[in-house]
Design a protein around this ligand. Structure first.
Ligand code: SF4
Length: 215
């Protein structure tokens, strides 16, 4: 079933009603803190990132603080978030680039964000939306990918291709809502192993009949 424009809007509005609490689940106070939180969230839960960052941001919350930090100390600080060696290297390099190329400020365009060490398209989308309230794309994480595939909004597996499919059909004014809604829907109802299709408020709009559920 290919959804028409009216059905796409119905789908998003229904999800908004079902998940009114759907917002960014990473804690941050400044765009730079958002950059650090997003980097730490790779392969890690937002919950764990939120438990780790307060004690770090109390002491270190500007690019200058991380640009010259002892790498072993940084690795120790971010250790609970996993992949700490790579993340520490990227946080330090990113902070140095922010100072050398952007006067210590987080840039406000996708192109500039993607050029920062450790920031890919998904992270840049999150930063544009959450730190600057300028949604230009849709962050496709594991939940957004699964929900998009199951509903039938995209048959692709590559997150960037799924994003392109979504951008073709989601009206501009809803772009900023989609990631949060799909993440919450994926966590609460469209579970990876046991989707609760019988109670799903968008089951009449979902290509669920084509969904191959895990055994
Ligand atoms: S009907 Fe089932 S597969 Fe479709 S979105 Fe809802 S829970 Fe997911």
């Amino acid at each position: 079933m290919k959804l028409n424009n009216k059905q796409i809007i119905e789908l998003i509005e229904t999800l908004k009603q079902a998940h009114p609490e759907a917002t960014c689940s990473l804690d941050f106070n400044t765009p730079f803190e958002m950059v650090i939180a997003v980097m730490l969230s790779a392969q890690c839960t937002d919950e764990r990132v939120n438990k780790t960052t307060p004690s770090i941001f109390n002491k270190y919350n500007k690019p200058e603080d991380f640009a010259n930090i002892d790498i072993t100390l940084l690795e120790k600080l971010i250790h609970p978030c996993g992949f700490y060696k790579n993340k520490a290297k990227n946080i330090k390099a990113c902070s140095q680039k922010l100072i050398s190329d952007f006067n210590g400020e987080v840039p406000t365009t996708m192109e500039e964000l993607i050029a920062l060490p450790g920031i890919g398209r998904k992270s840049a989308n999150v930063i544009m939306l959450e730190a600057f309230n300028k949604p230009v794309g849709i962050a496709v994480d594991t939940h957004a990918k699964r929900v998009s595939n199951r509903i039938g909004l995209s048959s692709k597996t590559d997150p960037e291709k799924i994003e392109q499919d979504l951008l073709k059909i989601i009206p501009k004014e809803y772009i900023g809502d989609v990631n949060h809604l799909f993440v919450y829907h994926g966590r609460k109802i469209c579970d990876s192993r046991k989707p609760k299709c019988d109670v799903c408020p968008i089951n009449h709009l979902c290509a669920k009949n084509n969904v191959k559920l895990p055994k």
